[in-house]
Design a protein around this ligand. Structure first.
Ligand code: CUA
Length: 182
């Protein structure tokens, strides 16, 4: 859905830029006084600046509130002994997990590292919404806690460009309903 909106907006803006370019190209031959144009442009510039700042504030507010960090920060702070440890190794171009099946409602702590270069460890749900992410770095172990809320086939995607096979660094994990096999 968001991808479609982004795609549509891009096309509209490209067409808009094309139209503006055409208008300027058609008007370019005409002789005009310089001073009035400058005054008008300076007035427009002020409003243009204000609207750009407003757009940036709105976009920043929306995108920041949609980030999954604060939830997970709280979860990490409230971490307990009941957490199930999952060891994760990222390497070009795959993920090694000590387990690939999970249960809804159980708290997991992914201990994420890398054996070669930096990768990004991102957990996506079935709608491809990013639920949690951390860096996979050689020489470091970064913890990421998560409690899955709904069963399904989730995906782990690499979120950091790590050379030619970056895009194939995908692993499916299964989240099963609590109570085991149904
Ligand atoms: Cu690993 Cu991109």
């Amino acid at each position: 859905m968001i991808q479609q909106i982004a795609w549509f907006l891009t096309v509209v803006l490209v067409i808009l830029i094309g139209i503006i370019f055409l208008i300027i190209a058609l008007k370019a031959g005409r002789r005009q006084d310089y001073q009035p144009i400058v005054e008008k442009a300076y007035r427009v510039r002020k409003y243009y600046f204000i609207s750009l700042v407003l757009v940036m504030i709105v976009i920043t507010a929306i995108s920041l509130t949609n980030l999954p960090y604060s939830d997970h920060h709280q979860e990490a702070l409230a971490s307990s002994d009941s957490e199930i440890i999952v060891d994760v190794k990222g390497y070009q171009f795959n993920w090694d997990l000590s387990q690939e099946e999970f249960i809804v409602g159980k708290p997991y702590r992914f201990n994420v590292t890398s054996t070669d270069v930096n990768h990004g460890f991102g957990i996506y749900d079935e709608e491809m919404v990013l639920l949690a992410q951390t860096q996979a770095m050689p020489g470091y172990t970064n913890p990421l806690t998560i409690t899955f809320k709904t069963p399904g086939t989730y995906k782990i995607l690499c979120l950091e460009y790590c050379s030619i096979g970056h895009h194939i660094m995908i692993k499916d994990i299964i989240v099963k309903p609590d109570g085991g096999v149904q």
